[in-house]
Design a protein around this ligand. Structure first.
Ligand code: GDP
Ligand code: GDP
Length: 465
């Protein structure tokens, strides 16, 4: 399960700056769920070899009366649901009463917490952070978020214990980390044999299908509807409220694992009376799924939250099917209006299938699985080097790449770089300098030629052979 890092601290210590640092390398999206989150921001991040979700809990200044009650319930849950808390203080401002209040609060939660002194640039940092030892965290991690200093090592330190394979190397790596080098995200390189076995491995596994959507769109109703029609083996899993329930099921001879973010099958004793919707739970489900089924409410139209969830799904490279729910009892003209509006606003995911369903009555639910299967098959379809290279040449013959600095860009060959999402790596001279329009042209050419439906594709460009 992808780890969650929460940023906590009084206002102005640099949480937003650090948040942007952590997510900036990857067009991070911010999900703002009014009424649920109170100024909280969520982002996907990849740094120092770790994928993680970062949550900015918003400023707590500690002067509120009774911090326990005043901190929004959702902010408390961000801390509860996090794997590690980064408690930020301002090295320039020194220790404040607000820091002490927050510290006291954090300690009572028994969550792994690292004390992080920010803004250590241009000052005698060792001297400046001295007074923070009084908070009793032991080691103080010095960073300058604005300068991107110390950030990679901090993240590595925070997350290495969770990445089993990195555990032993953590100590050595800490010293070796070259800040800039870690920030470059290199495409995953698979050899042709690796690519083949990766595609095969994926196709042999059950399809992990996450049913996501904002509160009240009908996720529980849909999940029950799907499960009601199936012979389902349900197993209760112990866990915290943040965990989704994984439900194995079979449909049309294919095996699935339904990732139930709505908590339908959670035991009463485990499912406490908390708000059942959790942004973190949803983001983790997206990351862990092969295919995401996004449920939206036909009667409410697309909201910013729907678009945020779509953005997270695309960022994660997941295959996608959209269910427009509550399609019952609407008259013809309203339906036409809704369809037009969706067409207009969902142009950026024109590869995904839209289904108009009624979870309540069961209408259209069966057909969802045809699209889920199609999307998964597309996402894991094996593509040989010779096929990808041939398509590349066809695209090039139809439409020559433009000149860059007086020389024509030359495409040489292409191979698969991964699946779910399909990654195609194109090699050639000056390919990285290709204009975006040509890169898009190539991607669309591949999509059409390979008939890839329901999943984003990534085309990466690599200099030389
Ligand atoms: P937040 O309220 O905790 O989210 O804090 P912000 O990220 O908005 O930062 C507050 C102020 O501190 C801004 O003016 C930032 O530019 C500044 N700041 C953040 N990080 C650093 C840093 O590493 N060094 C210095 N000198 N200033 C910083
Ligand atoms: P969740 O929070 O996303 O799990 O949403 P629920 O499944 O709890 O549904 C929220 C409300 O919408 C409930 O009152 C459902 O009965 C209602 N609902 C769900 N699906 C449909 C549908 O297809 N049509 C109509 N008319 N109402 C629905």
């Amino acid at each position: 399960m992808i780890p969650v890092v929460a940023l906590v601290g009084r206002p102005n210590v640099g949480k937003s700056t650090l948040f942007n640092r952590l997510t900036g390398t990857r067009d991070a999206l911010v999900a703002d769920f009014p009424g649920l989150t109170r100024d909280r921001k969520y982002g996907q991040a990849n740094l120092a070899g770790h994928d993680f979700i970062v949550v900015d809990t918003g400023g707590i200044d500690g002067t509120e009366e009774g911090i326990e009650t005043k901190m929004a319930e959702q902010s408390l849950r961000a801390i509860e649901e996090a794997d590690v808390v980064l408690f930020l203080v301002d090295a320039r401002a020194g220790l404040t009463a607000a820091d002490e209040a927050i510290s006291k609060h954090l300690r009572s939660r028994e969550k792994r917490t690292l004390l992080v002194a920010n803004k250590t640039d241009g000052i005698d940092a060792d001297a400046a952070v001295g007074e923070f030892y009084a908070l009793g965290y032991g080691e103080i991690h010095q960073i300058a978020a604005a300068q991107n200093r110390g950030v990679s090592s901090l993240i590595h330190y925070a997350l290495a214990p969770m990445a089993e394979t990195l555990k032993e190397e953590a100590g050595e790596l800490d010293e070796e980390i070259d800040e800039d080098a870690w920030d470059v995200e290199e495409p995953e390189q698979l050899t042709e044999e690796d690519a083949e076995s990766e595609a095969e491995r994926l196709r042999a596994l059950p399809i992990k299908l996450a049913i996501i959507g904002k509160p009240n769109v009908g996720k529980s109703t849909l999940t029950n509807r799907i499960l009601g029609e199936e012979r389902v083996v349900v197993y209760d899993m112990p866990g915290t409220t943040r965990d989704s329930i994984y439900i194995p099921m079979e449909r049309d001879g294919r095996e699935y694992v339904l990732i139930d973010t709505a908590g339908v099958r959670r035991r009463k004793s485990v499912y406490e009376a908390v708000e059942k919707f959790s942004v973190i739970k949803t983001l983790q489900a997206i990351e862990d799924a092969n295919v995401v089924l996004l449920v939206v409410d036909a009667r409410e139209g697309l909201s910013d939250q729907d678009l945020s969830l779509l953005g997270f799904t695309l960022n994660a490279g997941r295959a996608l099917v959209v269910a427009v729910n509550k399609w019952d009892g609407l008259d013809m003209t309203v339906k036409e209006d809704i369809k037009r509006e969706l067409d207009r606003r969902l142009g950026f995911i024109d590869f995904a299938k839209l289904h108009f369903i009624s979870a309540l009555h069961g209408t259209g639910v069966g057909h969802l699985f045809e699209s889920v299967q199609e999307a998964y098959d597309s996402a894991t379809r094996r593509c040989s080097t010779s096929l990808l290279t041939k398509i590349m040449h066809m695209a090039q013959d139809d439409h020559q790449p433009p000149m860059v600095r007086g020389r024509r860009v030359k495409l040489k060959y292409a191979h698969a770089g991964g699946y779910n999402p399909p990654i195609i790596v194109v090699h050639g001279n000056q390919v990285r300098d290709l204009p975006d329009a040509y890169k898009r042209y190539l991607m669309n050419y591949y999509r059409r030629s390979l008939n890839i439906v329901g999943t984003p594709i990534k085309v990466l460009f690599q200099e030389g052979a």
